[in-house]
Design a protein around this ligand. Sequence first.
Ligand SMILES: Cc1cc2nc3c(=O)[nH]c(=O)nc-3n(C[C@H](O)[C@H](O)[C@H](O)COP(=O)(O)OP(=O)(O)OC[C@H]3O[C@@H](n4cnc5c(N)ncnc54)[C@H](O)[C@@H]3O)c2cc1C
Length: 444
Amino acid sequence: MTRTTAPRWRRPPQLRDGRFANWARTEGSAPSRWELPGTEGEVVGAVRRARAEGRRVRCVGAGHSFNAIAAPSDVAVSLDNLRGIVTHDDSTVTVLAGTRLSDLSAALAQRGLALPILGSIANQSVAGAIATGTHGSSLAHPNLSGLVSGMRLIDGTGAVRDLDEHDELLDAARVHLGALGIITRVRLQVVPAFHLRERIEWLPVDQVAAALPEISTSAEFTKVWWMPHTPRALVFRYERVSAPRTVLPVLLDRFVDEKLLHHGALPLVYAAQNRRPGWVPAWNRVAGRTLRKPSRTGPSPMIFSTPMPVRHTETEAAVPLASGGAAWDAAVRTVDVSGARVNFITELRFVKGDHGWLSPAYGEDVVQLGAYTAVGGDRDRYFAEFWRRMRDLGARPHWGKELDHRAPELRALFPRFADFVAVRDAFDPDRMFANPFLDRVLGS
Ligand SMILES: Cc1cc2nc3c(=O)[nH]c(=O)nc-3n(C[C@H](O)[C@H](O)[C@H](O)COP(=O)(O)OP(=O)(O)OC[C@H]3O[C@@H](n4cnc5c(N)ncnc54)[C@H](O)[C@@H]3O)c2cc1C
């Protein structure tokens, strides 16, 4: 049976008293009702019912996008009841779309398997993560949507569509923005489970741009963090190693970081900084030193994911690999020029090019630069200056983070943008799956 009222189980973060709220609490909406289908047949029923009533439908993942992409303006559908592995072999897994990446990793580990790459957290749903081009950092692996070799979705007419790797439309549906229909299952590439060792080194911030070619190829997974207003950046490298005797040190470190620091002390520090922004640089110097930790070793999902951080907000720009150094320097200069007090890291990651029509890495390897800061404070000034500089470099935005782009600008940045809109019009002729965010970025 399809439930049409708020669920009785432990409240998922994106559903608060019948309202939708994203993780950062920067976006919210009041859906007319929630549909919580437990089978693919019930998803079809939910879409057909909404269609018959002339309503709009938005499928919500885990609500971890920093913008309003998931915010339902009418009927909300959550696939929180549609979770788990359907089938797997040595190189692929077919998974129900509401499955959280963390649960998928745990289930794969029991089978001696793993996703080849993950982002910094794994709380997202499978369909939600691929929707926005969620990525980790490696020139050897694409973003998660690039691991997809098939999917099933229910389109705006209530028809079931299966897309496989021989279907050109799969490339349209990889980074799908929730615009083509409700995805119910996804087939993803998997690899034998592996272990990683993390090594972290300091590098003067003004040497990072020149070092990027070396950094990008010095290990399978590498990334750079910089705590603004400080003179040094941190280079992270991850190598495959054999299994450690114990993962206790990693678990302990995570507990201290997540529970004591990010959820205990940092909200108080940020509240104080909001009253006295002048404290930010001094605090960053202290906080920056704590980011350089002793080497950690463990199963790949444990090492890829950072502790769930203090509430903050993010924007992110993708530039061609060759422009990575210029983008890094521009991001660093942004902090000085904007005059903003920035209390969260700047992050540089590498992503292998792919074929997803709306993927920020479409057609070429990219550097993705993330500008992050706590909610409130100087966010608007900081992000505006960041994007003024990133636009000069022709950057494409991350669809799951804060962006103020509109359709005409996006059409020029993504060569297959018009083709994607044409597929959307074919899959969703009545724009059932639209919301105000989609109207802005795809054109209404
Ligand atoms: C703390 C934090 C850390 C993050 N780290 C990273 C990172 O390391 N790398 C990175 O790239 N991003 C990162 N992100 C961004 C995040 O991965 C993306 O925004 C992702 O899309 C969120 O997934 P979700 O399941 O929460 O989807 P939601 O935000 O709920 O939805 C995203 C989109 O997917 C659609 N959707 C969801 N499920 C379905 C479905 N079944 N069918 C059709 N459409 C659907 C929604 O309609 C919406 O359009 C981070 C976010 C947070 C909060």
